[in-house]
Ligand binder design. Structure first.
Ligand code: CP3
Length: 345
């Protein structure tokens, strides 16, 4: 049996430089896989899939069986937490998520407290428990949550937005209420992730998909500070817990992000250059990501060349191979094998 400390993902997160980087993919359980589509059809809709532990565990395991990734990521969604806090949530096929909106202090006051989320989220914890019993001994289980800013953008606008305009407008109109919303999400996220760890998650990841639209002091206050608060408290409760932070499109602000927040690894989107990130970001510890997800659609020699280029650029420091964002539904499952052969030989 593989001892926990021998798992390649945990070794990379601890700062070890491995001859072949461990690999997993954002959205590795998803619509590009026929077996995912079959299980999702059985569940009925996306949220039923998230809240049915046996089926959520099944789709989490599918890409592990097919590809032997070094990590499995819990199948759930960052928007389950706002739902647990009292927001209405539904998904419109072909369009994405919809939530009831929070537009002022009264909307914020109507939300539940940070400790009132667990009954709603119990199926997620059960999924983690099933997975920690069923995963191969060498596979690391990653739990996750959205970072407060990204979750707030959906709670305020009620949907995904290209420029996060409604959240920026709320912040400009009433910074105190906006900060209180960020604080509530941060506190609830600590409780949520803590329960995932108690159920068996070995690593947690914070997805700040819209961090790139926070500039200057706003980045410090609403991306960096909440991440630091969440990571500090989680590590106090669970000594040695590795944390991956993904401040997507943070650009120059990737520099020093791990140091400032206590994250063990930062996930890189595909807008930064790998050579730049190796020099400026990897000096502080493990990095993950950077491959353009479009290459999983187009494949060919360019996919092989880009994969090898990223492996080489990060070969002198701790590195987990991943995409710069989630694999898309139009990706060819065979291209994942092409990528894996380019990494593992
Ligand atoms: O495999 C994994 O990565 C684990 C599961 C996972 C999902 N969503 C499943 C999902 C994770 C980690 C997420 C995170 C998530 N969810 C983020 C942060 C990462 C990112 O992509 O930037 C965000 C912003 C969301 C919110 C969300 N969920 C949106 C905007 C959408 C619609 C867009 C889309 O891809 O359809 C979702 C739906 C969603 N979450 C799907 C999956 C597999 C597709 C749903 C389906 O099966 O129809």
């Amino acid at each position: 049996m593989t001892a926990a400390k021998d798992k390649t993902i945990l070794r990379a997160l601890a700062g070890e430089v491995l001859p072949v980087p461990p690999v997993w993919m954002m959205r590795q359980a998803g619509r590009y896989l026929p077996e995912y589509r079959a299980t999702r059809a059985k569940a009925g809709d996306f949220l039923s899939l998230c809240y049915t532990p046996e089926l959520a565990a099944e789709v989490t395991l599918q890409p592990i069986r097919r590809y032997g990734f070094d990590a499995a990521i819990l199948f759930a969604d960052i928007l389950l937490l706002p739902q647990a806090l009292g927001a209405d949530l539904w998904f419109v096929t072909g369009e994405g998520p919809r939530l009831s909106t929070i537009t002022d202090a009264a909307g914020l006051a109507a939300l539940k407290g940070k400790d009132d989320i667990h009954e709603h989220l119990a199926p997620v914890y059960e999924t983690v428990k099933i997975l920690s019993g069923e995963l191969p001994a060498e596979t690391t289980l990653i739990g996750f949550a959205g970072a407060p800013w990204t979750v707030a953008t959906y709670m305020i606008a009620g949907r995904g937005t290209p420029d996060q305009g409604p959240a920026h407008a709320f912040k400009a109109a009433d910074r105190a209420s906006f900060s209180a919303l960020i604080d509530l999400i941060a506190e609830a996220t600590i409780e949520y992730l803590s329960k995932q760890v108690e159920a068996g998650a070995e690593v947690v990841k914070l997805f700040d998909s819209w961090a790139g639209s926070l500039k200057g002091q706003d980045f410090d206050d609403f991306a960096l500070a909440p991440a630091k608060r969440i990571i500090t408290e989680l590590k106090a409760r669970h000594p040695g817990l590795p944390v991956i932070a993904f401040p997507r499109e943070a650009g120059e602000r990737y520099v020093g992000f791990a140091r400032a927040t206590g994250a063990d690894c930062v996930a890189l989107d595909n807008s930064v250059s790998a050579d730049w990130a190796a020099a400026k970001v990897q000096v502080d510890g493990c990095v993950q990501g950077n491959l353009n997800p479009k290459l999983m659609v187009t494949g060919g020699q360019e996919l092989i060349d880009e994969t090898r280029r990223i492996v080489k650029a990060f070969s002198k420091g701790p590195h987990i191979f991943n995409l710069g964002h989630g694999i898309t539904p139009d990706a060819d499952p065979e291209n994942v094998n092409v990528m894996l052969r380019a990494i593992r030989g």
